[in-house]
Design a protein around this ligand. Structure first.
Ligand SMILES: C[S@@+](CC[C@H](N)C(=O)[O-])C[C@H]1O[C@@H](n2cnc3c(N)ncnc32)[C@H](O)[C@@H]1O
Length: 502
C-alpha cells in the first residue's frame, strides 16, 4: 500500500483531476482510493517515478517517507501555506504577461510520458514555462516566440539551470562591488534612436542609474549578463514615466517607488539566486540542450526546430491578445532587442494583435466578407455574425473586432498546420486556451475560443482528443479586469505525418 499525500495548499478541482491522471500515467496503478489528505494506491510503486509527481508532497509506505521533487522545489518559494508556489526555481525571473501555471505544464509532461530522452516543443513559448519544466524533468525543450524579449527571458532561465550556481553568485558579488564603487552616474549626450526613446520615458537621473546597471552588468557578468539584465528589465517599467500597472501606455500618475532602483535590483537578484540555488540542490545541473529561438509559428520551414518532437505544450495568444510588445517596449529598446521604430511592426505581427491600420482593417473586412483565407464555415460564419451585430454606437476599435478575429483564426489555422509538421505521428499537442468576449451593438458576444481552436485544429488535420475545462484557472500577471477566469485544456493528437515531410 502506498499513500501519496497532497501538498498543504488549497486545490482547484481541475488540479485533483490532473493529479489522478498523472498517477495513472506515471505509476500505471489501477486501484486508487481518495483519503482526506491524498490518494491510497493498493500496490507498491516505483518510488523514483512517484517522486516526479506534481500534485503530491510525499510518498509514504514500503520504504518509508520521501518528499517529491516538486515539494522540495516549491518549499524555497512558498509565501504562505495556503497558496501554491508558482515562482519556484527560475520561474520568478521575470513577470512576463500571460505566463502560465508551471504545475499544469509539469503535470501535462508527466501525463504525456515525457522522460529524459524526449523532445518537447512550445511554439508560443513566452517566458519559457514549458521549457523550464522540461529541463526539470531532464527532457529537451525547444521554444519559439515572435517576441525577442520572450526568447531572451527563456534563454536566461535555461542558462541559470545549466551552469553551477556559484558562477552566478560570483558574478553578483562582483557586480555589487562594481556598482557600489561607481560615482553618481550621469548620462552622456544621446547617441542614437534608443537613447532618445529612453529619455522620453525616464527622468534623467533615473535613466542614468538604469544605464549604469546595464554597463556594469555587461562589463562584469560576461556571458551570463542576460540573467541580470532580465532581472533589471523586470523592474524597468516601475521606475519609468509609464503607468506601470497599465496594459496601455499612459503617462504615470502614481508615485515612483520609494526604494531606489539599485536596491530593488539587489533584492530581486538575491531572492532569485536563492531560488536557483535551492533548485540546483534538488535537481543538479539541468537544461543543457534546451533553448528558445526567435520564430513565427505560422512558418513551418523553421530550420532551428530540430524535431521531430514527442509532444507540444503551449498557451497560445488570446483572440485579442495581451499587449506583449507594448507593455514591454521599454525593456525591448533598453536591451537593444529592437529599435524604437520597429515596435509597432513587431506588435502588429503577433497573432491576436489588435493593431491594424485603417487600410489593413478594410482589407481584413473584405477578406472576411469573401472568406478569402478559406476558413471553415463555422469560424467564417461566426465572424460574419459579429460583423452583422455592429451598431451605430460602436467606435473605431469595436468595428475592427470581426476582421481581427478572422485574422486570428486564420493565423491559428496556419499555426496548427505548421506544428503538425514538427511532431511525431500521434504525438500529443496540449493548448491552454482562454475564453474571450466583446461587446457589439450594445450586446455582449462570447467568443468560445477553445471550441473555435478545436475546430480549426481539426481542419488542419489534428484529431481532437479532449476538451477539459480548467475552472478558475488564472493566468498570472494580469489585472483583475483582464484576468481570464476560465480556461480550457485542449488536447490534440497528430493524425500522421503530412505528405510534404514524408
Ligand atoms: C500566452 S503567451 C505564452 C506565455 C508562456 N506560456 C509563458 O508561460 O510565459 C503567448 C505568446 O505567443 C507569442 N506569439 C504571438 N504570435 C506568435 C507567432 N506568430 N509565433 C510565435 N509566437 C507568437 C507572444 O509573443 C506570446 O509570448
Amino acid at each position: 500500500m502506498t499513500h501519496l499525500r497532497w501538498h498543504d495548499y488549497r486545490y482547484y478541482p481541475y488540479e485533483r483531476v490532473l493529479a489522478r491522471r498523472e498517477v495513472l500515467a506515471v505509476l500505471g496503478s489501477g486501484a486508487i482510493e481518495e483519503s482526506d489528505n491524498g490518494l491510497f494506491l493498493s500496490a507498491g510503486v516505483d518510488r523514483e517515478a512517484a517522486e516526479n509527481l506534481t500534485y503530491f508532497s510525499r510518498v509514504e509506505g514500503g520504504k518509508g517517507v520521501t518528499h517529491t521533487t516538486q515539494a522540495r522545489l516549491e518549499a524555497a518559494a512558498r509565501s504562505g501555506r495556503t497558496r501554491q508556489a508558482t515562482r519556484y526555481s527560475v520561474h520568478g525571473l521575470h513577470e512576463y504577461k500571460g505566463k502560465f501555471n508551471p504545475q499544469v505544464a509539469k503535470a501535462l509532461l508527466n501525463i504525456f510520458g515525457i522522460g529524459s530522452s524526449s523532445k518537447v516543443l512550445d511554439p508560443f513559448c513566452g517566458s519559457g514555462t514549458t521549457l523550464v519544466e522540461c529541463a526539470h524533468l531532464g527532457a529537451t525543450g525547444v521554444g519559439t516566440d515572435l517576441n525577442p524579449l520572450a526568447v531572451f527571458i527563456t534563454n536566461a532561465k535555461l542558462t541559470c539551470l545549466s551552469i553551477p550556481i556559484h558562477l552566478l553568485q560570483e558574478d553578483f558579488d562582483r557586480l555589487c562591488k562594481h556598482l557600489k564603487r561607481l560615482k553618481k552616474p550621469r548620462l552622456g549626450a544621446p547617441m542614437n534612436a534608443r537613447d532618445h526613446y529612453l529619455r522620453a520615458w525616464f527622468v534623467e537621473e533615473q535613466l542614468a542609474v538604469v544605464e549604469s546597471v546595464m554597463v556594469s552588468v555587461r562589463s562584469v557578468c560576461a556571458e551570463r549578463a542576460e540573467v541580470f539584465l532580465a532581472i533589471a528589465s523586470n523592474l524597468l517599467r516601475d521606475y519609468s514615466d509609464q503607468e506601470p500597472g497599465d496594459l496601455r501606455i499612459r503617462r504615470r500618475s502614481s508615485p515612483m517607488p520609494e526604494i531606489p532602483f539599485e536596491e530593488a535590483f539587489y533584492t530581486a537578484c538575491n531572492k532569485f539566486l536563492e531560488r536557483v540555488e535551492a533548485a540546483q540542490l534538488v535537481l543538479g545541473i539541468r537544461g543543457k540542450g534546451s533553448s528558445a529561438v526567435l520564430g513565427d509559428v505560422r512558418k513551418s520551414r523553421n530550420r532551428t526546430l530540430t524535431g521531430p518532437f514527442d509532444a507540444a505544450i503551449t498557451s497560445p495568444p488570446y483572440a485579442t491578445a495581451l499587449p506583449y510588445i507594448d507593455t514591454q517596449r521599454l525593456s525591448l529598446v533598453w536591451l537593444g532587442l529592437c529599435e524604437p521604430s520597429e515596435i509597432a511592426g513587431l506588435d502588429s505581427a503577433l497573432i491576436g494583435s489588435r493593431e491594424a491600420t485603417t487600410r489593413q482593417r478594410k482589407e481584413l473586412q473584405a477578406k472576411l466578407d469573401a472568406n478569402l483565407m478559406k476558413l471553415p464555415a463555422e469560424q467564417n460564419e461566426f465572424c460574419r455574425s459579429l460583423s452583422n451585430s455592429i451598431g451605430p454606437s460602436d467606435g473605431f476599435r469595436r468595428i475592427a473586432v470581426p476582421g481581427l478575429l478572422y485574422r486570428y483564426f486564420s493565423d491559428m489555422l496556419d499555426g496548427f498546420k505548421s506544428v503538425a509538421k514538427h511532431l511525431r505521428p500521434h504525438a500529443p499537442y496540449a493548448l491552454i486556451v482562454g475564453h474571450n468576449h466583446t461587446v457589439l451593438g450594445g450586446t455582449r458576444k462570447d467568443i468560445n475560443t477553445p471550441m473555435h481552436l478545436a475546430s480549426l485544429a481539426k481542419a488542419a488535420g489534428w484529431e481532437i482528443e479532449e476538451v477539459v475545462p480548467l475552472q478558475t484557472y488564472r493566468r498570472y500577471g494580469l489585472h483583475a479586469v483582464n484576468a481570464v477566469e476560465t480556461e480550457t485544456l485542449l488536447i490534440l493528437r497528430n493524425a500522421g505525418r503530412p505528405k510534404s515531410l514524408v
